[in-house]
Design a protein around this ligand. Sequence first.
Ligand SMILES: [Zn+2]
Length: 133
Amino acid sequence: MKEPDGRERPNELLITTSFLVLPPGGTDTSEPEVQSFLEDLVEQLRQKIAAAVMELPHVSPCGNYHFAELGSEETNAHRCQQCGLWGTDDNQPDTLDGLMPVYFANDRWLCNQHYEMGVMNGTIPKPDGWWQS
Ligand SMILES: [Zn+2]
């Protein structure tokens, strides 16, 4: 890949992680109190992440932050109804990077671990192309 100045630049990897946040004023990001909290939090995260990776060779922060309101019907995020972990449905087009996959079986959402346990103990029918970790 060439930079705008014509120099050759190798491809890089993007590693993404996620944080669960419970703003003290609630999760309605249209509320000024919540917006202010999130702006302050993002600045603190930016500084702490930059300090944390400063000593790691080959790593630089991208500085991009994405917010997803978990629990909203418009967001592809569901809680495992056994352990409470948030996950995203890989069968829908709007998956969220940073969340593990969840599966809908027997009228409830399950993380991959609890889904797999259900298939192995026979409470969930084996899907086509069954995988096992
Ligand atoms: Zn689970």
